[in-house]
Design a protein around this ligand. Sequence first.
Ligand SMILES: *Cc1c(COP(=O)(O)O)cnc(C)c1O
Length: 439
Amino acid sequence: MNKKYTDLLDFDKNHVWHPYTSMSSPLPSYLVDSAEGVHIKLASGETLIDGMSSWWSVLHGYNHPKLNAALVEQSTKMSHVMFGGLTHQSAIDLCEKLIRLTPQGLDKVFLSDSGSVSVEVAMKMALQYWQSKEGQNKSNNSKTKLLTVRNGYHGDTFAAMSVCDPVTGMHQIFEQVLMKSYFAPAPTIEFNQAWQPKDTEALAALFEQHHNELAAFIIEPIVQGTGGMRFYHPQYLKACRKLCDQYDVLMIVDEIATGFGRTGKLFACEWAEISPDIMCLGKTLTGGYITLAATLCTEEIATTISNGEAGCFMHGPTFMGNALACAVANASIELLFENNWQQQVSVIEQALQGLLTPLARHERVKDARVLGTIGAVECLNSVNVATIQKRFVELGVWIRPFGKLIYIIPPLIINTEQLVSLVNAIATVLDEDACFLID
Ligand SMILES: *Cc1c(COP(=O)(O)O)cnc(C)c1O
């Protein structure tokens, strides 16, 4: 690497925070020069096959001509205008698409900046809904708590953190300030196992005990992502919908990671044939180009909030409905259908079933599983992130494991040969002691 690059990396190391790593002795960062299709090109010269879709967000690959064109076209009109008092076609088109494509009943769209914010918005909507509704009878609003399941992940902002898994979700550090939520055990019956109704017994007991306090129940549909790449049974999600109805609790489904085809359905809710009352979308929404998120809700929620004391929903981000983000989101959703996403996902799923699931027999592996475009290898030991990352780069792939999980979630345009390279790289590091911690 030439001097310019080493200077850049030195500055980065000394002054730029990176996620979940120390500022005083950070994990190494690799300098990216450009990315195209499924390839990330490092300044040091290597070209890596991308197995991560930049944290689940890239759908159609990097530097896509159609997505680039959508951005350029929008930027020649305007990149952004405030959403208070103004609106524009890109936002309107996007909201029309989201209403049409998401499960029935989600007819009102609130656009925001990121996944975590869309979760904040969802929780605030649920709280304001009950406040507006119960305020009308002048009784005190008691539905102010959230219920969720363990192993969940919903974002890093404060309200979102309060419904993340209490053990892995930083609750100890922020205990003093976090909202108190109720936690049911995580679903245990896996996606392909025989369903057993007892899996929701503890959850049902919490609904029964606390429903008077519960504004909403929140869950990631079918896939608990950051909480361990756990694929749970659709009947569990169906039971959640029933319990929410039975106990008059709003159901929030966080489709930020699962939306837009990732699990083999356009939205993971479809596996259980349910519609939530509130749905969060993010990550792939713009095909991985710009941060954008959406919270959809029912007509009833929107009307109740609007008839409440405040007369409106109390939220309004500066960059709400950003035109560049909406334009590229529209183009990304169009590409999904032009490219026949179902076919793309099923090719990836079949290839991963054949290539990745056999890794379950490796002595270091506890389980290897595949759903849609998600392939996860759960190891018996935690990975040594710095070492394993360096090895993956040497092997020509970009895979970023965490904890005991080595997982891939490639862009939909990846071909079989490239999938073979990703899985071979995983198989190679599994044989290397230095890539794992002894714990
Ligand atoms: C990534 C993620 C979030 C948070 O989204 P950000 O854009 O990182 O704020 C929330 N929920 C789920 C399920 C996610 O995977």
